[in-house]
Design a protein around this ligand. Sequence first.
Ligand code: 5GP
Ligand code: ZN
Length: 107
Amino acid sequence: MEDCIFCKISQGVVKTDFLYEDEDCVVFKDIHPKAKTHLLIVSKKHIDSVMEANEQDEELLGKLVFCSKKIAKKLNISAFNLQINVGKEAGQEIPHIHIHLMSNFAQ
Ligand code: 5GP
Ligand code: ZN
């Protein structure tokens, strides 16, 4: 997607420090943190939102959630909240699928 900031970030076009990266996703800090630790787990594949995901994306969606465990273990985060905003009215600002990982329990 040409004008998508999360595509640009995940492809390295807009430089951002990644806390984690694999073939499916990148993880970086939210620019406007709402918790002591506020990370974004962002799919490398552009999908507008959960509602636009298709059956072939099922495994990818699971991987994004599993990624939250990997990054939490890596950063010694003992408890956290995951949030996915779906649709503008629900607060989705960036139409590129991502999970918020928020925690005030980082060690
Ligand atoms: P949404 O509202 O779509 O669920 O979440 C988008 C999040 O991305 C917001 O919390 C916002 O602060 C964050 N964000 C928007 N643009 C950027 C950016 O360019 N860099 C980073 N690191 N975060 C961004
Ligand atoms: Zn995108």
